[in-house]
Design a protein around this ligand. Structure first.
Ligand code: FES
Length: 339
């Protein structure tokens, strides 16, 4: 997920999203399915069989793993199915440990704490759509293409290492037929991002999810094309470092008021608001601590945030109803949060 530059990246949360930081619930894993080499899917249900909160394509869940780690996974099932959620997990040997834990633990029957769904990658209205998915980045794209009307104009390019490591190929091909181009590196030429993107017009919505290198290539190609197409990207890693001098220097402390208790905390220049808040609220949600996962999003009740995340759109920054407390700071002496 990313903030906007010459392209528009990230879109507003959908109306179904719960209050940030609230809405934790326990869901039960009812099935684990091997979807491809190194990729499993999990089915999650309410233990009492209650309907689950609604979601829209592009939404994700925050999952609290048995170890206490918090990770985000895109929902890749059917939004009309209120009885279960489906997520998919790629085993990342060099990751931060969450995926290995999910792959290695016996999960069926286990209850996991879940927050959300939340959506910072929602599907907008466009005359036509260009989807570009890399590897496990297919997960938010799958429900997007399933949600489009039958006569919608769209094309999906799905790239991966090899066909047997690419999850949901059959599902996306069944949905799109020749509107889907599957490009496993082992058996086909690399995706010509510049050529594909150059076909996008000003009325095209470009949706991209995958590795940082793919997102970078799509952004660069779109900038070079000058097409005016709108890019919506979901990141699993932070965007490029920001060079804004105002962002670089943290010389000012500011105050955070926690609305639910009235406590006022001082955030010194060398600590994040999240770190200071965790001193008194150790259960406040967070994961990446780098401004790209959205776990720590907090509702702003008063004050002016200095947004430094890679998630909020320009419109959301201007509205400043929420902020990512792991990286964002304050432009006003005090900020009041709904915590
Ligand atoms: S912890 Fe990931 S955005 Fe703050």
């Amino acid at each position: 997920m990313s903030g906007g530059r010459s392209v528009t990246v990230g879109v507003a949360s959908d109306g179904a999203a719960p209050v940030p930081g609230a809405g934790a619930s326990e869901l039960q894993v009812t099935a684990v399915t091997l979807e491809a080499d190194g990729v499993i899917s999990l089915r999650l249900r309410d233990p009492a069989g209650l309907d689950l909160p609604p979601w829209t394509p592009g939404a994700h869940l925050d999952l609290v793993l048995p170890s206490g780690l918090s990770r985000q996974y895109s929902l890749c099932g059917d939004p009309a199915d209120r009885t279960s959620y489906r997520i998919a997990v790629l085993r990342e040997a060099d990751g931060r440990g969450g995926s290995i834990e999910l792959h290695d633990l016996p999960l069926v029957g286990r209850r996991l704490t879940v927050r959300g769904p939340r959506n910072h990658f929602a599907l907008g209205q466009h005359a036509d759509y260009l989807f570009i998915a890399g590897g496990i980045g297919i997960t938010p794209i799958l429900p997007m293409i399933a949600a489009l009307p039958p006569d919608a104009s769209w094309h999906l390019y799905y790239v991966g290492r090899s066909r047997n490591t690419m999850a949901f190929v059959d599902e996306v091909v069944a949905l799109g037929g020749d509107r889907v181009t599957v490009l496993p590196k082992e058996e086909s030429a690399r995706l010509d991002v510049a050529r594909v993107v150059s076909a996008a017009g000003a009325s095209t919505g470009v949706y991209c999810c995958g590795p940082a290198s793919l997102l970078r290539a799509v952004e660069t190609a779109l900038d070079a094309s000058g097409s005016g197409a709108e890019l919506h990207a979901e990141r699993f890693v932070p965007a490029e470092p920001k060079e804004d001098a105002a962002v670089a220097a943290d010389t000012e402390a500011f105050e955070v008021e926690l609305n639910r208790t009235g406590r006022v905390l001082t955030v010194p220049p060398d600590r994040s608001a999240l770190a200071v808040i965790r001193d008194v609220l150790p259960d406040v949600p967070y994961s990446c601590e780098e401004g790209y996962c959205g776990s720590c999003e907090a509702r702003v009740l008063a004050g002016l945030p200095d947004h430094r995340d890679d998630i909020l759109s320009d419109e959301e920054r201007a509205a400043s109803k929420t902020m990512m407390i792991c990286v964002s700071r304050a432009r006003s002496p005090r900020i009041v949060l709904d915590l």
